[in-house]
Write a protein that binds this ligand. Structure first.
Ligand code: VGL
Ligand code: ZN
Length: 245
């Protein structure tokens, strides 16, 4: 991350115009607000699960899930390195409520690896619902990582499956490529984005979630809890306006 000096000076000029004869502190605050991060060659944008099932009309639609797409497309142009993820379940996957007699979506069940929230059937391998959203336009993305493809285990995180032990391979990929810091966007803030961000920290990467380029499911307070967990794990919460695009 570097501060673009021109952005800094532009911001200073603007703040003087807006503030009139402002006190020094106020000017400084305005300047701070105008400092933008410029992604480096060691940064990677991780675009989580921007798929038909998670956008309006999909079987596990996240409210306003499609609204992040133009923003993600624009942010991606600022990153040399972009990795996409794709939730990719078998038919009859263990995370589906329909696989558990008497259970309804958004209820939970106990599985060998812990508590599993049960979902409507979604992102079944090779179905249109599992396709990346048609408006997502990131031709320079270097990798699409699929996850959740084992029938008996879920995987919210792009790094580890739900047992917290089985790697997806993303850690090795990022290390091999010399990438050290992950910026996260996509769906859903409180599940796949949050778990990926916390696992990124766990394996030693910097992790920043661009909050307005994400949307959450927010089932039973999950969104507030996810933010608390992420901040506790050293994940930074930033806005798209903090990135120099
Ligand atoms: C997700 C629930 C189930 C996500 C995936 O992408 O956040 N949430 N599968
Ligand atoms: Zn899923």
């Amino acid at each position: 991350m570097t501060v673009d000096r021109r952005e800094f000076l532009k911001g200073a000029g603007r703040s003087l115009v807006v503030a009139g004869i402002a006190g020094a502190a106020r000017v400084a605050a305005a300047q701070t607000g105008s400092m933008k991060m410029k992604p480096t060659v060691q940064d990677v944008l991780l675009v989580i699960d921007v798929q038909n099932c998670f956008t309006p009309g999909g079987s596990l639609a996240v409210k306003e899930g499609d609204q992040v797409i133009p923003l993600i497309n624009r942010l991606a142009t600022a990153f040399e390195h972009v990795v996409l993820t794709q939730d990719w379940h078998t038919p009859g996957h263990i995370s589906f409520a329909s696989s558990h007699a008497g259970k309804k979506p958004f209820e939970t069940t106990q599985l060998p690896y812990g508590t599993q929230v049960l979902w409507p059937d979604h992102c079944v391998q090779g179905t249109p619902g599992a396709d990346l959203h048609k408006d997502l336009r990131i031709p320079h993305a270097e990798l699409i990582i699929r996850k959740g493809y084992r029938k008996h285990m879920d995987s919210y995180s792009a790094f580890y499956e739900a047992d917290g032990k089985t790697p997806t391979g993303l850690t090795g990929y990022l290390r091999d490529r010399g990438l050290t810091q992950v910026f996260l966007v996509g769906l859903a803030t409180d599940f796949c984005v949050a778990w990926s961000a916390m696992d990124a920290r766990k394996v030693g990467f910097g992790a920043l979630v661009i909050e307005d380029a994400c949307r959450g499911i927010d089932a039973g307070g999950s969104l507030a809890k996810a933010w608390a967990d992420m901040l506790g794990a050293g994940v930074k919460r930033i806005k798209s306006a903090d990135i120099a695009v």
